[in-house]
Ligand binder design. Sequence first.
Ligand code: ADP
Length: 769
Amino acid sequence: VLSRIELERTKNAITNERENFRNLFRQTPEMVCVLSGPDHLFEFVNDAHIAALGFDATGKTVREAQPESVEVHGLLDDVYRTGKTALLHEIPVTLGNSVRHFNLTYAARKNEAGKTNGVMILGAEVTDVVQSRKLLAREAKLIESMPAPFFAVDADWKIIYWNPASVEVIGLKQEAVLDKVIWDVFPGLKESEFGETYIRSKNEQTIHNFEAFYSHYNRWYRVWSFPFEGGIAVTFLDVTDRKIIEEELEKSKERYRILFDHSPLPKWIIDVETLKFVDVNNAALQHYGYTKEEFLSLKGTEIRPPEDVEGFVETMKMDFTKENQDKINLRRRHMKKDGTIIEVEMSALDIVLDGRKCRIGAAVDITERVKADARQAELLAHVQAAKEEAERANDLKSAFLANMSHEIRTPLGAMVGFADLLRDPSLSREEHSNYIGILTRNGEQLSTIINDILDLSKVEAGHLTLEFEDTSADQVAADVVSLMRVKANEKDLALDFKAESSTPTTIVTDSLRVRQILMNIVGNAIKFTQAGSVKVRSFGTDAGPDGRMLYFEVKDTGIGIPESEKERIFEAFVQADGTLVRRFGGTGLGLALSRELARKLGGDVTVTKTAEGKGSTFLISIQDQPEKRTERSERQTESDFGEPAQNSLEGISVLVVDDSPDNRQLLWHFLTKFGAIVDFAENGLLGFKKALAGNFDVVLMDIQMPEMDGYTATAKLRGAGYRKPIIALTAHAMSEVRKKCLYVGCSDHLTKPIKIKELVALVARFGHA
Ligand code: ADP
């Protein structure tokens, strides 16, 4: 009994122990199950098994509980049959629809007799491990097959990974770099941007992404570095080619920038939509007078004159692409900052800049060219006008010459004709003196014409010498009026002179010229008046812009002057009406000469009033020019000489040197009439010889002669020590001529035509000296 009890106790103890084990197995995280019999009936399963299968399989065979797990059915059969323990590593087991992996230990259960009666399974699911390993392997393969270099360094900068692309690209085998410090593998790296960034990436465990130039390889790289296990992993791409292109692009941009900025032509870029300037070059700033900031704040409309803005806005709506460049004619007007309007020729091209439609414009300032063109046109017009003027003057001159020759021939014809008639011995005394009167009058007329021409050409050539002296306005006017009275009386015209109280008693001017002017104007007034009167009035002003002025107003009741001719009649050779010449005679020179003379005297001659058929009023103005007063007037007038006495020249021997036989004869008559003894020489050379050989009291020396002229002969005589008086006979009253005569040694001079009183007075003065 005891032993039975003992046995029972032992049995109980074993049962307890088994129970303890069961409980222990039930809790373990490994799968534990006990199978019995050849059909592998689940006798015991723990929680982990239940969890793995999803249900409690106790009481079922393996084939019943897991019909799909064919992988394990055979294995279990084998273990049961052989009794050998099987260790299965990561064996795939199909459970339901999924394949899972397990590490399994199958161990045979044996009875007391050592016969297998079941299988015990210990297992752990490793599905996650297997799967993640698979994943890792795939990733590793990916990295391995990466075409870009990829490497990793540990916390000590030792290279722990080096992919095949690194081998290929960098040219270093794995065995040559693995476990080496990265700074030893890449020379100069630590000090470069790469090194700096890697250090930062590792220390801060941050990702970096940058581009840098590795001078050792002379190439550009784009690099990614990221933290990896306390070290870093690095991958990079060679971007040198792209960099070169970029640099080229940058350079060409720069080139265009320089071209744009330094172009001598004003250039800008304008936004077609907003009309705002987006860029401008230096030339434009300089030319338009703005600073860059100012210009870039402007709109295109603001560099146009207001009236051109509308046109500009229209133009901005047109397309200025490359294709239609030639269709664009861009002559424009622009406005500078200071408001100056300039003419420009624009060229424009549309471009797209940063997605905006823009237009590049270049301006050529053609203001000067336009002006020059205008100037040239103006010049051409002037030249044309001058040419026409010259042609007209030429025509006038021809007409004048024709008229002149008529004017000269008329008195000349009369003189020759009447001189011929004088030869007739049967002439009565009355006829005789009448003819002589005609001869004298015509001679004087001829002389006037010729003097006018000479005077005018002298004035025009600037050769006129004026002598400024105290001149009495009253005296001049009275002289002219008394001289002209004869003519006025002939036509039954009243001629009077009235001096207003404002008339200055004297002014400093050339009295001879003033007389000449007044004579002309009064002469015209009488000539062009058939009936009525000619009134001369003088007055003065003191404080005009030209100082003191003397005026003569000459008013007639004659034919008047057509409005259109009022100015033209002052031109030389012009007469108001071609037919007038026939009616009134004249040369068309008087007014031209009068005006020229008056202007030389600081005044003018103008027509102040005229109406056809009602008469004309001429105004002569003369300026008082005391500052021009001539030192000593050497001019003598006929009135200075009294009537010579019949014997004034008695006992005086005179040598007349003149090439003209008529002149010689005339002088012989003049001189012998007053008692002189006269001898002759035909030219300067003969005169020179005769004067030296003879003993003459006076030599009369003509200036213009063949063989030797009067200047030379006189100079030679004086050079030879000849001391007697020599009086020059000159054609001009010009003071230049007189000066030259005195310079070569003449004692005095006489102007042709010789006036008898003057001649006798002079010869008497020198002959009796
Ligand atoms: P001339 O009298 O020798 O023709 P002038 O130069 O003195 O030349 O005058 C030019 C022209 O002006 C004259 O031909 C005449 O037609 C006009 N003229 C001058 N003075 C007068 C005047 N007082 N009344 C009308 N016409 C005049």
